[in-house]
Ligand binder design. Structure first.
Ligand SMILES: NC(=O)c1ccc[n+]([C@@H]2O[C@H](COP(=O)([O-])OP(=O)(O)OC[C@H]3O[C@@H](n4cnc5c(N)ncnc54)[C@H](O)[C@@H]3O)[C@@H](O)[C@H]2O)c1
Length: 289
């Protein structure tokens, strides 16, 4: 999908981080924007910044089917079409996998997996009916290509997004459609992701104090995210380049492929899983490197 000018982009998780950068870049490309997030104040601030761009904000909790249905309806009633969809909203929760609460699983899988499922169910039929060039970008993570310790709930959610998007790609091809798809797999980039708890709904909050493993995982993630050197703006730019070139896998840190290769070799050799931090020990949970 090459000509973005005048096309309609829907962005979830638009109020911060990657989503906000997709919106800024989309505006510079002359796109019409539909900005969705649970963070109403963040949406309003972004809409103010983008004054002059054709743009609506739709407060949306992507984990709720009815909210995403409303997002699709608002998109069509306002702009009459959808060409580019970013299923991008996401949250994280860490710690040893058996220590995560039911609420952790419901919250993270609700946003990261069900959010993408709802987006696909609502928007793909609209795109198919239009029969024109369209593109869908699902934000996964390198945690969808590896299984690092201390972040199991997040890993499960992002592996799901990778296979969802790979299957989407195959199904769209099977259907002979003109919809392209990409899966964005960033490593650690400075955004608000380490402060995901800020938007956790009241009914899914944990009442107990964090366990030592959860505290350690949060500290490690905070350190890795805040010290990341690739910016969200750069990730948005390389994602738009991938959309233009119809490239499926989008990685912000291609060196991580060494670790992905190691995991694949483990599988091919039927050998037990290697340490996913073999090539980057400094980001292991609890690491002081
Ligand atoms: N920053 C990183 O290092 C990194 C690495 C890999 C993947 N990711 C992924 O990138 C995506 C964007 O995250 P980010 O890094 O920009 O973080 P961010 O916290 O800056 O932005 C995430 C946005 O999602 C919104 N959100 C949270 N719950 C929501 C819900 N239920 N419905 C709608 N919106 C909701 C938040 O309000 C926020 O505006 C996520 O899917 C995240 O998992 C981030």
């Amino acid at each position: 999908m090459d000509d973005l000018n005048g096309r309609v982009a829907v962005i979830t998780g638009a109020a911060s981080g990657f989503g906000r950068e997709f919106a800024r870049l989309g505006a510079r490309e002359g796109m019409k924007l539909v900005l969705a997030d649970v963070d109403r104040a963040g949406l309003a601030a972004l809409a103010g910044e983008l004054a002059g761009t054709a743009c609506i904000t739709v407060p949306t909790d992507v984990s709720r089917a009815e909210d995403v249905a409303n997002l699709a309806q608002r998109t069509m009633s306002e702009f009459g079409a959808v060409h580019l969809l970013f299923n991008n909203a996401g949250v994280g929760s860490g710690g040893l996998i058996w220590e995560n609460s039911l609420a952790d699983w419901q919250w993270v899988l609700g946003v990261n997996v069900w959010g993408v499922i709802h987006g696909i169910r609502e928007f793909v039929p609209l795109m198919l009916a239009q029969d024109c060039e369209c593109h869908i970008v699902n934000t996964a993570s390198v945690a969808g290509l590896l299984s690092p310790p201390g972040m199991g709930v997040y890993n499960v959610s992002k592996h799901a997004v990778v296979t969802l998007t790979e299957t989407l790609y195959q199904d769209l091809r099977l259907a002979g459609s003109r919809i392209g798809s990409s899966v964005l797999c960033p490593a650690f980039v400075p955004t608000g992701i380490h402060e995901s708890e800020r938007n956790r709904p009241e009914e899914l909050r944990n009442r107990e104090a964090l366990t030592p493993s959860q505290r350690m995982a949060h500290e490690a993630t905070t350190k890795a995210v805040t010290s990341g050197r690739v910016t969200a703006e750069q990730v948005a730019a390389l994602t738009f380049a991938a959309i233009r070139e119809n490239r499926f896998y989008v990685l912000s840190h291609p060196k991580i492929l060494d670790s992905v290769g190691l995991r694949m070799q483990d599988i091919l050799a039927l050998r037990n899983p290697s340490d996913p931090f073999t090539y980057k020990p400094g980001v292991a949970p609890g690491s002081t490197a």
